[in-house]
Design a protein around this ligand. Structure first.
Ligand code: SAH
Length: 570
């Protein structure tokens, strides 16, 4: 069963020697990213200083798997240890994968993680927790699909057992079948597994199966409150809730998203048969529940279904679909924003122009790649919405920044033109990227240091006269210019024509920077001048930056050349 609301661990390495072990651990947690020390290890995320990085991750509650000496990890985290309450799992793993040492986060499942990682690395985990050693399991850390009712109550219970008490088990606790618990049917203590709320008995360890689904139809803002009232009224513990279910028509409703967050459960949607009334929550449960269950609180606005065992939220209806439009940056993985990498990791479907999709990979076997040579961008954008409306997590890939002569505008145009309510319910996000002009400028220095404009010289989607007119105005305004799509096989003469126009306004010594395949293998930056620039120096993978009258170049030590446009103007 999928972990609910689990944060993906950060796998932290110091050098290339640990990369192989890190990737083996990553295969066990596909959402996890490998963090490598910049300059020492190429990984998914670069960091510059180990202790600051570990502390930052820890403070954000990220489970940590550090491939280095346990002592190093302890020293780094030590200043943050006084607050025992919010403790994510922290493990030290030997670089060669020969030892797995859980250090912190006993109640956040560190021993479970240690076992999972040890299994992936084919070694034995170094478990040191006494209850866990004695009973072969952490009684206070039930598996996914179950929740401990009260930690304080649980701690008392375990110390009683360690002191010699025995226990009964009431209800279904299959994960305890192999545990070496001191069991006795006559015991005063009991481990009770039930969706029912605590009834005040102190001799019990109460564990709730997440077996209840709440369907809501209310348009009321107070959704979470209504659900809690229904649970209370039926004597059901809030922790037994597995999912919140709503009609698909309301997928875009923020009040529902907030309610699910407040209740700490996934939000699922279902479309009811046309005949059923979508406003009637019972019909939602009927349409979505695939396992035997009893109905409680059938009346509007909340209906509850109680299953006999934990319910996997993924098996109920569909998620709110997601479409994330990302930019890969110019090509180098280090120049992709971490949010884009996370979106790719979480994606079920990846779409985009073949070359870019290949650049964004490799992908896992469970991810569907819809790479296409199809240049029809509107069609691709519509395809993305169709997939997302089915509840999938779609990522649309562009190079550079997705909003600069790329897919983000096509995606928005598709949405704007559509009256499909399912598309409107899709969670749409556009993540920025490093555009070719920025990547080229950074390598050259700071040619965009003052006012500049970005122009596409492609007349595929706009008339050439418009381009000429804009060039003339930009040249006259003395703006630095960044040309995208400067030439292509089908557009051989346009760049030379554009340069002719600019030469009417700028002198031949005007600084020009060409960035070719920047951030990609064989990438180069060429410095030239307006007078020397010829169309044949440029291809379709080149960024052309034409300086203003103030843009200048200089070299230090006779080798490194820098180009910049000063921040002032006179
Ligand atoms: N969205 C992209 C631009 C797409 S238009 C971005 O923000 O960068 C395609 C044009 O971008 C190409 O014709 C070329 O002019 C430029 N370009 C894209 N990637 C480049 C790279 N790595 N190096 C140089 N120019 C690049």
């Amino acid at each position: 069963m999928a972990r609910i609301n689990a944060i993906a661990p950060a796998i932290v390495i110091l050098g290339t020697g640990a990369l192989d072990t890190a990737r083996r651990i990553q295969a066990r947690y596909p959402d996890a990213q490998v963090h490598g020390l910049a300059g020492r290890a190429e990984a998914d995320v670069a960091y510059s200083e180990l202790s600051a990085h570990l502390r930052d991750l820890y403070a954000r509650g990220t489970p940590l798997v550090a491939l280095c000496a346990a002592g190093i990890v302890i020293r780094c985290i030590a200043p943050l240890l006084s607050d025992k309450g919010a403790e994510p799992p922290v493990l030290a793993v030997a670089e060669d994968g020969s030892a797995v040492v859980p250090l912190l986060g006993g109640l956040a499942g560190v021993n479970t993680m240690a076992r999972e990682i040890a299994e992936a690395l084919k070694v034995a985990p170094a478990i040191t927790t006494s209850g866990e050693l004695r009973f072969g399991t952490c009684v206070l850390n039930p598996p996914d699909g179950y929740a401990l009712s009260s930690l304080a109550q649980g701690k008392r219970f375990v110390s009683d057992l360690l002191a010699g008490e025995s226990t009964r088990i009431e209800g279904a606790a299959p994960w305890l079948d192999d545990a070496q618990l001191p069991r006795s049917t006559a015991a005063r203590r009991a481990i009770r597994v039930t969706p029912e709320a605590w009834d005040g008995r102190v001799d019990e360890l109460l564990i709730h199966p997440r077996s209840v689904v709440a369907a809501v139809s209310t348009l009321d803002e107070r959704v979470a409150e209504r659900v809690r009232e229904a649970l209370d009224a039926n004597g059901i513990a809030a922790l037994s809730l597995a999912a919140l279910l709503a009609p698909i028509q309301r997928a875009g409703d923020e009040a529902l998203t907030e309610a699910a967050d407040t209740l700490g459960v996934p939000l699922r949607f279902v479309s009811t048969p046309a005949a059923a009334d979508a406003r009637e929550p019972l019909s939602l449960l009927e349409a979505a529940m695939r396992v035997p269950h009893d109905i409680r609180a059938g009346a509007s606005p909340v209906a509850l279904a109680l299953a006999r065992a934990p319910v996997d939220p993924a098996s109920i209806g569909q998620a709110r679909g997601r479409l994330t439009v990302i930019g890969l940056g110019p090509g180098d993985a280090h120049l992709m924003v971490p949010a884009a990498r996370s979106a790719l990791n979480a994606a079920t479907d990846i779409l985009g122009y073949e070359t870019y999709v290949t650049m964004a990979g490799p992908f896992r076997a469970d991810q569907r790649v819809h790479g296409t040579d199809n240049r029809e961008e509107m069609q691709r954008a519509r395809h993305a919405f169709e997939l997302a409306a089915m509840g999938r997590s779609v990522v649309m890939v562009s190079s550079g920044d997705p909003g600069v002569f790329a897919m983000a505008a096509a995606v928005l145009e598709a949405l704007h033109e559509s009256d499909n309510a399912r598309w409107a319910g899709v969670e749409l996000e556009i993540l920025p990227g490093v555009s070719a002009a920025m990547a080229t400028a950074a390598q050259a220095g700071a040619p965009l240091g003052h006012d500049f404009c970005m122009l596409s010289l492609s007349d595929n989607l706009k008339p050439w006269e418009v381009i000429e007119n804009r060039l003339r105005h930009a040249a006259q305004a003395d703006l630095v210019m960044a040309f995208y799509n400067p030439v292509s096989r089908a557009r051989p003469w346009q760049l030379d024509k554009a340069l002719d126009i600019i030469r009417e306004f700028r002198i031949p010594s005007t600084t020009v920077v060409l960035g070719r395949n920047v951030g990609r293998p064989g990438g180069q930056v060429i410095y030239t001048s307006l007078g020397e620039l010829r169309g044949e120096m440029v291809d379709m993978r080149t960024m052309v930056i034409i300086g203003s009258s103030h843009t200048r170049a200089f070299s230090v030590d006779g080798k490194t050349e820098w180009v910049y446009t000063p921040r002032w103007y006179r």
